[in-house]
Design a protein around this ligand. Structure first.
Ligand SMILES: [Zn+2]
Length: 74
């Protein structure tokens, strides 16, 4: 799993869609497990939405669930 430090350092790339699908997946799996980073991202997200600088090209929850099932089954 990614470290909280990694999440904090790369939050902007995540929010602005500068990650590939698997990078976003790893990022999101950390957010699902870590309440602190989830809260942090929501805070960043609000700032980002207000400033209008986000594209939000994130995977849908369904895409993430599908991949997680594949990973578990592997
Ligand atoms: Zn964390």
């Amino acid at each position: 799993m990614l470290s909280c430090k990694h999440i904090a350092e790369n939050a902007t790339d995540y929010m602005e869609g500068r990650m590939n699908f698997f990078q976003r997946l790893k990022f999101r799996s950390h957010l699902r497990a870590c309440v602190h980073c989830g809260r942090f991202l929501r805070h960043i997200g609000l700032t980002c939405i207000v400033s209008g600088s986000c594209t939000h090209q994130t995977a849908t929850d369904q895409e993430v669930e599908a991949i997680l099932e594949m990973v578990k089954a592997a």
